[in-house]
Write a protein that binds this ligand. Sequence first.
Ligand code: ZN
Length: 139
Amino acid sequence: MKLSQIEHLGIATPSLEEAIPYYENVLGLKCFAIEEVADQKVKTAFFQIGEVKLELLEPTSPESAIAKFIEKNGGRGGIHHIAFKTDDVAAALADASEKGIQLIDKAPRKGAEGLNIAFLHPKSTMSVLTEICENPNEN
Ligand code: ZN
């Protein structure tokens, strides 16, 4: 597949309210967007550093995959996924599938910031939950 850069790192947190001041006051980054993604039962906060973003994810329901991740992590957050940018998520999925990679999403869906996204299963990706995304406004 053809990836151009790391688009963002996904970081799970039990509380955006507690996490945001760390990123702003200690790391000196600016939160430029907060968005709820109802589909994934998360609230996200975005920071930009160079070409890469940090996506903080707070669960909005105990059913959320992020809530389960935090629970497994002793109630704390941590790095949850890495998101690579491509200009064709569907093609990347087809390529991965052909190479025997287990897909979480068989087709692209809408993520935060209007991106088309899809996840590959960590069982097939050296235990790193991997997101592939494309910005439909750039294509
Ligand atoms: Zn993400």
